[in-house]
Design a protein. Sequence first.
Length: 464
Amino acid sequence: MEAVVPRSSIGLSSERVCTKTVPPVAQTLAASGINPTNATVNALVTPNGAATTVWFQWGATTNYGNFTATNTLSANLNTAQAVSARLSNLLPGTTNHFQVVASNSTGNSYGVDLTVITPASLPLAQTLAASGIAPTIATVNALVTPNGAATAVWFQWGATTNYGNFTATNTLSANLNTAQAVSALLSILLPGTTNHFQVVASNSAGTSYGVDLTVITPASLPVAQTLAASGIAPTNATLNSSVTPNGAPAAVWFQWGATTNYGNFTATNTLSANLNTAQVVSALLSILLPGTTNHFQVVASNSAGTSYGGDLTVITPAIGSLKVTITPTNAVSAGAEWQVDSGAWKTSGQVVSGLLVGTNHTLAFKVIYGWSTPSNQMVTITRGATTTNTGVYTPQKVKDVTLTVTSPKPGQRLNLTNADFTVIGTAEDTLPAKDHVVVESVYYQLNEPNGSSWTLATPSNNAV
């Protein structure tokens, strides 16, 4: 470029003087206004006498690859001019190189290379729908963008939005600034339940939470376990089982019979509460036959299908009858009776039914005055038959004594010593040895126990 300068201004005669245009001066300055995705790059540029175009080039390396819009400085500017540009599509937690470029008619000038490091920002956490859903498992999914810092990711889950359960932690590296798929398998779910879950992502900038979603597990086949029968008697038994509905109301019944073809069914019981815990289910069979083997099995059915417990058997005990004859007939007339297993007293010739086979039964006889009682016996009953037995009473040794009370005085006492007396002709029990009030003339029969002596006495102050 040429310029005309009056020589008189420098003490010379006027003539034309030529000056040469030089390239602009470009000085890169530190960036400002830095945040996770933005920064302002700065520079000083001196146009040096020619219109100058200014821009920044920037990128992940010194190869740059990105350019800001251009800014034009007029030709008459020959002092350093501040130039800036806003970078608005940076990634969090990244190092970005930048450099100012100034160009005029003489060529290009380049400032030095500087870097701007953006800070990390909160990770982006997006909860996605669960997949692979089965009665007890499900895979929970999410998308997480670390945003410039190493990011720990996990899921919290539970029956409500209070969660309470947590998956293992997954770590995403710092240089990931795109959404990353994250998943976790939940393997301890219960059938037929609603489970809340939410992704959580945490880095040096803080913690982000995805939205709450739910996964509903389907019901599964009920668990049916046949248990041993209880309360077994000759004609009845209680069948038992344990049933877990597994997430849906379950109908439960027993099938039973003489073989594993069964053929008989109990009433149905419906389980609708505590659907994922084992429930005890029982049924009473009251039409069994004594001494028989009966097969039984629990059956449980819900919306997922039907389950069968194992086959078990209940054997009802066999029974028989007992008939006892008492001799002699005089003892029977005197009130002799028998009983089995402390049951009701029976007379001679009566029959007791329903006695268990294979068990010793105790046969006992009633004590009556004047007769020696037969000893207790252990009796074994024959299956399906009447077992017979005999009880033989023997008379005891007695002496007959007649005691006549003459002119009895009501209220006076007669003392009976060392003997038992029974009023003849009445139903009174044995009178023990003690004072008795005399009310009239009576007759007594004396039993001499084992040959011992007996004595009649009256109190001295109450002579009869």
